[in-house]
Write a protein that binds this ligand. Structure first.
Ligand code: SF4
Length: 252
């Protein structure tokens, strides 16, 4: 009886050991994944070299959306969702003459406004967003576009990307990095982030890019994505980052 007990104790200990042994490689794998998720391409020297190359290629770039004040930039950024900046600029050329203030948008005729912004796509939702943003700015922010991320995020149709564009470009406030479709793609290709969720990509970028560069870096990456590192066929032969880049879909 005593022997049997010992045997069962031993076999339990053996099973526990086997379990622990089986767990060890899994833990190692998950640690490896954690390291991979933080992107190997973010060592400070490499990031500095990337920033230097971007400065050389795009020393003074800024937002491509035409605007004369923070409110117009806010509206243009909302309109730019799923639409090119060129198309937005064509639409806003006459839009801001017809609707010069937040009040004009807030109390617009929705079906008329829908037709006015129709070429930018998703015009029904965008109409709701810009009318709602106009109303809220009028009623809660005394007609002025708010200057904090927290307040901007309370406006209809405004998420972090739009808020970062407005804070950075209109007010010169470095609140984060603008993560649009170009920044998502380029952060991956340049191995600055291995995440796919825009919020997580922004968190990765703000860790490795110095804050004083956040505003310019966003514009530089967006311009590079438009001009050179295009989605379908990146023009790697023309890219001054080529020697630093080891993207799988490089074309040279
Ligand atoms: S080398 Fe090619 S893939 Fe890499 S950043 Fe330049 S254009 Fe993009």
């Amino acid at each position: 009886m005593k022997k049997q007990k010992t045997k069962s104790k031993r076999s339990k200990t053996g099973a526990a050991k086997r379990k622990t042994a089986a767990r060890k490689p899994a833990a190692r794998v998950s640690n490896k994944r954690a390291v991979q998720a933080s992107a190997a391409g973010t060592n400070p020297a490499r990031v500095r070299a990337i920033l230097q190359k971007l400065d050389e290629a795009y020393p003074e770039v800024t937002c491509a959306l035409d605007h004369e004040n923070p409110f117009q930039l806010l509206i243009s950024t909302i309109l730019s969702a799923q639409c090119t900046d060129v198309r937005v600029n064509q639409v806003t050329k006459t839009l801001y003459v017809k609707y010069p203030t937040p009040k004009d948008f807030a109390y617009a005729d929705p079906s008329e406004l829908e037709q006015d912004i129709r070429p930018t796509g998703f015009f029904r939702n965008k109409t709701k967003s810009i009318m709602g943003a106009g109303k809220k700015i009028l009623e809660e922010f005394k007609g002025e576009v708010p200057r904090t991320m927290e307040q901007l995020l309370t406006l209809p149709g405004v998420a972090r990307k739009t808020a970062n564009v407005v804070l950075g470009t209109a007010f010169g406030i470095a609140s984060g990095v603008v993560v649009d479709t170009h920044v998502i793609r380029l952060s991956g290709r340049l191995d600055l982030s291995r995440n796919t969720d825009p919020k997580k990509i922004e968190q990765d970028l703000v860790k490795v890019i110095p804050q004083e560069k956040w505003i310019l870096f966003s514009h530089q990456l967006i311009w590079h994505g438009r001009k050179v590192c295009q989605a379908r066929k990146p023009r790697c032969i023309e890219c001054n980052l080529e020697r630093l880049c080891y993207a799988k879909d490089k074309t040279v």
